[in-house]
Design a protein around this ligand. Structure first.
Ligand code: PMP
Length: 326
């Protein structure tokens, strides 16, 4: 569906959905000072819905419309940590769909309130493991079948990876003049690291693709050995996990860095105060890992990482309150 509105007498003025992507890439001028290579951050928190997930929300709906899988005025359902839900809510509002979001109770109340404010129906599930019928992904899949709703299915939908290959990855190549020493990102669905990793590996033989993983997630062990590590708990939202999503492609990942909640949240505070970057918890995880990779040296160019979302969705979280106090 075209998002261009033809207004007589005016030049083409792109609609909101055309403002998704093409985000700025900026250097960490203070936090990254003195390292052998610069650390550059891609400001995905500046997307219209406040996260990197706007990209995949639009891509999955575009793809479903193209395939004729989504009837006009139909209902979308997604299992979401919140950000994909926000992106889908924007797309649903502008394109006339109804949205149902299934979220685990661990996710911040700010995200729930924002989704409900945007008109989505929000279903909260217990923090249940993937084997449980109460797990958020299983609940979403079941409701989709029962009601005939369209499951966007970010964990499996191949357009999640493809859009990062075609947009995020290519933007990074263009913005760095094709010089990237390493790319660092956490994995929730795996779409970002798999898609960007694929595009960079295709163009740059020496680039290193590094997973930033919260301590408590099993994915770092899986990257290193092929076997998932023990399942623990951690407070950073949106990344890590105790199973491997179909959209996380091990063949594009070269290494993993483990980052504690404490390190992540301390870095988020530095990103706010020293760089003016108003971002959420997983940005801290990514930057801690990116600084380690940069400090080790031996790279062909700068380290690039992602700031996946905005701080505004964590206001009710204890870690955010703790960070705000001196
Ligand atoms: N950070 C946050 C806050 C997220 O919500 C997500 C997506 N769940 C990610 C990082 C990871 O992105 P991806 O799903 O592309 O692996």
């Amino acid at each position: 569906m075209s998002d261009l509105l033809d207004i007589p007498g005016l030049p083409d003025i792109p609609g909101l959905l055309a403002r998704i992507g093409n985000t700025p890439l900026v250097p960490l001028r203070n936090i990254g000072r003195g390292l052998p290579v610069p650390v550059l951050v891609k400001c995905e928190h500046l997307n219209p819905g406040g996260s990197i997930k706007d990209r995949i929300a639009l891509a999955m709906v575009d793809d479903a419309e193209r395939r004729g899988a989504l009837p006009a005025g139909g209902t979308l359902i997604e299992a979401t940590a919140g950000n994909t839900g926000m992106g889908l809510a924007l797309v649903a509002a502008l394109r006339g769909y109804t949205l149902v979001c299934v979220m685990p109770e661990k996710m911040s109340v700010d995200k729930r309130v924002a989704l409900a404010a945007l008109g989505a129906r929000v279903i909260i599930t217990p923090n249940a493991p993937p084997t449980s019928a109460d797990n958020f992904r299983n609940v979403a899949a079941r409701l989709a079948v029962e009601h005939g709703w369209f499951l966007t299915d970010q964990f499996r939908n191949p357009s999640n990876v493809t859009i990062h290959q075609e947009t995020t990855g290519r933007e990074i190549l263009a913005q760095t003049g094709g010089r990237v020493g390493a790319f660092v990102a956490g994995a929730g669905t795996g779409g970002t690291i798999s898609g960007v990793g694929r595009t960079l590996h295709d163009r740059l033989p020496n680039v290193r693709i590094v997973l930033a993983d919260p301590i408590g997630s099993g994915l770092a062990d899986w990257v290193e050995t092929g076997v998932l590590g023990a399942d623990g708990s951690y407070a950073v939202e949106g990344i890590g996990g105790s199973e491997v999503p179909a959209n996380l492609h091990r063949d594009v990942i070269d290494a993993a860095e483990r980052v504690s909640d404490e390190e992540s949240f301390a870095m988020v505070r530095r990103l706010w105060r020293e760089e003016g970057l108003l971002v959420g918890g997983s940005s801290g995880t990514n930057v801690v890992a990116a600084l380690r990779v940069a400090a080790r040296g031996g790279l062909d160019g700068p380290v690039v990482t992602i700031l996946p979302d905005s701080w505004d969705r964590y206001r009710a979280k204890p870690w955010m309150a703790a960070c705000a106090i001196d």
